[in-house]
Each structure stands twice: as C-alpha cells, then as structure tokens.
Design a protein around this ligand. Sequence first.
Ligand SMILES: *Cc1c(COP(=O)(O)O)cnc(C)c1O
Length: 247
Amino acid sequence: MCQSPVQPSPKTTSPQGEFGEVLENYKRICENVENAKAKYRSSDENIAIMAVTKTVAPEKINFAISQGITLLGENRVQEYLSKKDQYDKTAQVHMIGRLQTNKVKYIINDVAMIQSVDSVKLAKEINRLAAKNNRIMDVLLEINIGGEESKSGIAAEGLDELIYEAAQLENLRIKGLMAIPPIGCGEDMFDRMHSIFLRVKEKAVPNVSMETLSMGMSGDYELAIKHGSNLVRIGTALFGARKYLEG
Ligand SMILES: *Cc1c(COP(=O)(O)O)cnc(C)c1O
C-alpha cells in the first residue's frame, strides 16, 4: 500500500520550502495510486511506489524518504556509487538499469534487489558474487516486451529458458518480472506482461515466486496498475524534469 506522507514538518508545509514541490508531487502520486487501486484492484493488494533517482541530488532523495518513500530505484552503477554514502539508509535500493556483468561486484552488498536481470550470464554472475558475500539476492527478470532493439530485457520467447536456468542458482531468488514498455504503446503491452506474469505464477516453479510485477512510470503508472503492476517506478512525476538527457 502507498505510505501516506508523514505529517509535514513546519518547514516543508511552506510552498516556498526547498522541496515543497516534491511533497506536493508525492501526495498526488499517492492519491492517484490509491484511486487506481480502488478502481481496478482489490483492497488487500499492496502497490509499492519506487522513487527513481537518476540525476536527482541526494538531499532531495532524502527529503522524499523523510516524507514516506521507502524504495529507491537506481539506473547507473557509477552514479549510484557516487551518491549512496549520502543516502538515508532507511530506504531500500533496487538496481533497475541495464547492468553489465563486470559491475555486479560494486553493488552486490548494497542493493536489496536487482530488477534488470535479462541473461543467464548476468544471473550466474550475481549468484556467484552473492554466494561469495554470503547472501541471497532477490531479482526480477526484465522482459523487453516491446521487442525494441535499443532496450534491455530478454525477449518474451526467451523467458522460460532464463527462468529454468536462473531457478537453479542457489543464491538467487526470482521474485517476479519487470518491463519498460515502449512509450505510448497503450495498454496492450501491460496486458501482455500481466498474462506472462500469471502464466509463470501458475507453473509454480521451485525457487520462483511471482510476487512482484514492476511496471509503470510517471506517464502511465495508473494504466500499469490496471494491468496488475504492484511496483511503480516514478522519476519525473516525483522529482521534476531531469536535468540532462538520458544516455
Ligand atoms: C527513468 C526510469 C524510470 C522513471 O521514469 P519517469 O518517466 O521519469 O518516471 C523508471 N524505470 C526505469 C528503468 C527508468 O530508467
């Protein structure tokens, strides 16, 4: 469920407050999520709101955490490493960006989940380093649902093979699926993701628990919730426009 924002401190109630806009945005997002849930989902379902932090200053991120955000999404290993020491540690961090095998070692002890697993090679490296560090890593498998060449994620046709291989890795736990559907594709892609999610869930593969369906961003999270998402990843709608173009 959406955490309701904590009672704002006097400083942040002022519209002139440095991060007042973030608080207003967060309240609105919570409302929208609650409304979408009331409309499309059952009341006992939990829908997590992740704050996507790329290009956002740690102070602003920490403000969002102080208002109730408990989950951060990181895209770039380099950027995360430069900011993580300044983060309020009460929030969990998930890696959501394309992850090169040789960078897993930099994040293996800091993140609670890796949402962007899209190859057996990457799954094996995460497993190897998780074992070495005495931990189990929760992962989501990322599907390139729009079949876009520029996007990360495994083709939907390759998913069963990836599940089969990754499910055997002892220090990895498959917790669900993630997707970044093409912008403006409407509901069709969300619906397809939901079908795949339910199909895998039904198969009840050992070591695979389909708990999380991570989809929906600033422009389409309500639609994603309509189609089964229970983790929405919000950047610009929470923090405002990003300062530079994404690479
Ligand atoms: C940037 C990003 C988001 C958030 O995008 P917004 O449109 O700013 O909400 C979500 N997921 C991933 C993987 C991203 O890279």
